[in-house]
Design a protein around this ligand. Sequence first.
Ligand SMILES: Cc1ncc(COP(=O)(O)O)c(C=O)c1O
Length: 466
Amino acid sequence: MMHGALEDITQAIGNTPIVKLRKIGSDTPAEIYVKCEFLNPGGSHKDRLARNLLRRAEETGLKPGGTIIEATSGNTGASLALLAALRGYKCVFVMPDKMSQEKIQHLRAFGAKVVVCPTAVEPEDPRSYYSVSKRIAAETENGFFANQYHNPANPEAHYISSGPEIWSQTNGDFDVFVAGMGTGGTISGCGQYFRERKPEIQIVGVDPVGSLYYDFVKTGRITKPFSYKVEGIGEDFFPTTMNLKILDEIVRVDDKECFLMTRDLTRLEGLFVGGSGGAAVAGAVKYARMTKKSQKILVFLCDGGHKYMSKIFNDDWMRENGFLDEEPGLGTVRDLLASKGSRNLVTVTPTTTVAQAIETLKKHGISQLPVCEEGRAVGLVAEIELLRHLVSGHKTLNSPVGELASSDYATVTPNTKIELLKSVLADAKVAMVEEQDQLAGIVAKIDLIDFLAKLAPPMSERALLG
Ligand SMILES: Cc1ncc(COP(=O)(O)O)c(C=O)c1O
């Protein structure tokens, strides 16, 4: 064995550097540092997960020559494929169709089989990538379903690997840990490790607009998820690998913020990362601005930029999706709210009675009301539901509306594009507009129609048809 050489490439997993950001976030009192997981041999933090999943699988009966099956958006697949190639396993990966071609080709390069499934179906749907992977696993002899969304070996990987590594690199000298959340393995495993050693540490999760996590953490409501472009983070269901209780704070970012920050990380800091890295840093900067503290923030950067050349690093794609500033498009929710004029936002609180809510609905000629607590939306009451509850006899005119508020809404931000709002409102009754955790407005389908009709005729026709 040559002096200084590693036994094989898996020995190069981990020991990734932590780097200080020089420019990004320099307008805040915080110091921001990043953990460069994109430098792992398989291209991301999922190398640590794959190593631990296989260790556990071998302990519990996976035999040589067996087949590893996984529902993966790419990175877990890349890491499993790398380990499988070395250890003589076959791989089948099932992924949603929004994933980049580069990610699919990357897996095929290792000899893996890739099955692509529709993104726009419920996770329980038999066509969803999660259901398909479960079925293939059940039908394959000596098959092992890696099951990163529900396998405790996922957070464990970070509890025994990334967590201790960061701790020993820094001597625990940081105040805040920030990570994006997909399966939640990273934040749950690292968060747990750090919390046990430094209870006052702040664990901050970053979630894209459209994902379920944010509203659930802030209000306990399972609002309507909707699609977004950033890959690897946010969910439309709750994986059991995600321990939401570990979070001290959750910060929300939209696609445009993620992608512009991803490009800034490359151009200003020389960090060629993927969109979830941009998301995590955008979230960290927001957190630093919000808390205004002199503190050390450590941000976990998951994967590299190579797989996003045709998207985030392609100006045409960025422009087509309205992520570059010069793109006017149909405008944003902010424009829509402004066009509604200065009508006051009418809300109720959870203790408002059904009778008072009906009075308010009548007085303002509206059919639904946001239920707010400390300025934040925590539910929705609609005329039709009040009626249903009264007719069923379960509630009376004196019942508090908090007990019968629904989650039939999506939350968006003032920067959400009108183009996206159309698909949001196809599924949710209304969109609640939140800015800095305060309800800034509510948009129903009729408001959107009104707004589009006010635009120049050729534009609005195109929008209504498109
Ligand atoms: C690019 C990228 N970023 C972030 C994550 C989220 O990490 P975790 O699943 O550990 O929450 C993933 C997971 O798939 C990912 O692929």
